[in-house]
Design a protein around this ligand. Structure first.
Ligand SMILES: [Fe+2]
Length: 312
């Protein structure tokens, strides 16, 4: 996995320049997304080392599963918006950094109307209202290995991404005093743990995969039937759709396959990424499983806070 760290000098120059360019107007992440992205991409392109720029630009075609960039600019941060939504214009600097990085990755950020009230930026926070749920707003329940929104069809380049499984998940970490890891594992790591019969079982279209807790509308698009868990993309790489809470077998045999999958997933090690403030992470949600273990949130104003944006 490509993993880079900005030196402090570059971080400070980028942060100062983006702050100056965003200071004179109100820039909202939903209404002014393109302006924020263009400012961020412009400044980052001018100052990031060529090696990092090349890694970002080539990421979607390299086949890498994830990329991490540490020590980005930060800014004055308000209290963690534990109820889910906060003052977006107050986060113009980090939104510009985040959206600028997505632009340098050659990706399009997007929101979906079935989640997060249609807002572009998801505050991944321990929301008291989500206690006991497996959601990006949860904390006290383990969110076992899964892919996000696995109940939708897989998309491809050149389509409106909103009706498909989100291709990439991007994160900017604001605070993580609890040091909760974001765990990611390549689909290939799972496959290496499967015997031929189990792999074949997971490739059979005899599963139902439903929408996750984070979907706002109980009646929005809602499950996919007669689906495999593992399938091949157009260039023969495996991709996965899976959420243990919403995936069922359509026959006793399929249920047994799911049971054996759970056992295999328990042996997946993956990578534990403890995101620090001002770290950026992007991973391929078609070819990576992720999980978050249960944790005890710190005091609400400084509780764990990641910013997530879908990209395609
Ligand atoms: Fe997730």
């Amino acid at each position: 996995m490509p993993h880079f760290r900005l030196d402090d000098g570059t971080r400070d120059v980028v942060g100062k320049e983006i702050a100056e360019r965003t200071a004179s107007s109100v820039l909202d992440s939903d209404d002014n997304e393109a302006i924020l992205a263009n400012i961020g991409a412009h400044v980052l392109r001018n100052h990031l080392p060529g090696q990092i720029l090349a890694a970002l630009e080539s990421f979607p075609v390299t086949g890498h599963h994830a990329l991490v960039l540490n020590n980005l600019p930060r800014q004055e941060f308000p209290a963690t918006p534990v109820h889910g939504y906060g003052d977006e214009p107050a986060l113009a600097v980090v939104n510009s950094v985040h959206l600028g990085l997505i632009q340098l990755l050659g990706m399009t950020p997007y929101a979906v109307d079935y989640e997060n009230r249609g807002r572009l930026m998801r505050n991944v926070v321990p929301n008291p209202a989500a206690a006991g749920t497996t959601s990006s707003w949860g904390a006290d329940s383990e969110f076992f290995w899964h892919t996000d929104n696995p109940h939708l069809p897989f998309g491809e380049a050149g389509l409106d991404p909103r009706g498909y499984v989100p291709r990439y998940l991007t994160f900017y970490a604001v605070r993580n005093d609890e040091r909760v890891p974001t765990e990611i594992a390549a689909v290939e790591e799972l496959i290496e743990l499967l015997d031929a019969a189990l792999l074949a079982g997971l490739e059979r279209p005899h599963f139902v995969v439903g929408s996750p807790d984070s979907n706002d509308f109980a009646d929005s698009p809602q499950l996919i039937e007669h689906s495999p868990i593992l399938e091949r993309d157009g260039i023969s790489r495996h991709r996965a759709r899976y959420d243990s809470g919403t995936t069922r077998g359509e026959s006793p045999e399929a249920e047994e396959t799911l049971h054996r999958l759970t056992e295999a997933l328990d042996r997946v090690r993956g990578s534990e990424l403890v995101l620090e403030p001002a770290d950026f992470l992007v991973f391929d949600n078609y070819r990576v499983l992720h999980r978050r273990r249960a944790f005890t949130p710190g005091p609400a104003p400084t509780a764990r806070w990641l910013r997530r944006c879908y990209a395609s």
